[in-house]
Ligand binder design. Structure first.
Ligand code: 13P
Length: 230
């Protein structure tokens, strides 16, 4: 299983350091084959010790240059960051990233051999239209994306389940993952959207779920650990 924690705009450099120290101490108890990823805010990236991978939530597809407010490869290299989250619905919705912008980032970081956690997910209005509409919407989010890339992890995160406390049902996750797996084949597929200690077992047991991408419930070491060790 893969357990990925996306801090979004939460935690500081100091609290991330504290969090990761506490996490690292307890990760010896996880299954050896399980993998843990943490995506802290950019101000908290650093070299940390522990059985987890540190990634970034975003970066600009450039080595360096005149892109005010952005960071590129040079800044990531300083901390040996080789993992990036792309396509998150919050960046698509609030930061205005188009499929074309995202596919440009994808191609750049693929070219740099980054491990890419690529997010897709539909809004409620599409889910309400039925399964066919959902799949059409999700598959369109693979436009311009090399889904055969060997360092790819896909995360299915229905937008209506993110930060709402209301996870998708077992049936919704199961049918969507089954359909996505037909296209993705061997690419690991995570579920995200209100995954938490109380529903992790049920989510993990769904065929086609290779792990979880967790927002709110990853913010406290205890609750994220409870999920990892469940
Ligand atoms: P929540 O776990 O807070 O619903 O967030 C999910 C998410 O967006 C992870 O990227």
């Amino acid at each position: 299983m893969i357990y990925a924690g996306n801090f979004k705009s939460n935690h500081t450099r100091k609290s991330t350091e504290y969090y990761l120290k506490a996490l690292a101490q307890k990760l010896g108890a996880k299954q050896a084959e399980d993998k843990v990823y943490i995506f802290p805010p950019l101000t908290a990236i650093d070299h940390y010790e522990g059985d987890f991978t540190l990634g970034v939530q975003n970066a600009y597809p450039t080595h360096h240059g005149a892109f005010t407010g952005e960071i590129g490869l040079e800044q990531l290299d300083e901390f040996d960051i080789k993992t990036i989250l792309l396509g998150h619905s919050e960046r698509r919705e609030h930061l205005g990233e188009s499929q074309a912008d995202i596919s440009k980032k994808f191609a750049f970081f693929q070219d740099q051999d980054f491990e890419i956690v690529y997010c897709i997910g539909e809004p409620l209005a599409i889910r309400e239209k039925g399964f066919e509409a959902v799949m059409q919407y999700l598959l369109a989010q693979f436009e311009g994306i090399d889904i055969g890339y060997e360092n790819l992890i896909v995360a299915y995160e229905p937008i209506w389940a993110i930060g709402t406390g209301r996870s998708a049902t077992v049936e919704e996750i199961s049918s969507t993952h089954r359909a996505l797996k037909k296209v993705l084949k061997h690419t690991p597929l995570l579920y995200g959207g209100s995954a938490k200690p109380s529903n992790i077992k049920e989510i993990k047991n769904i065929a086609g779920v290779d792990g979880v991408l967790v927002g709110s419930a990853s913010l406290e070491t205890e609750s994220f650990l409870e999920m990892i060790l469940s």
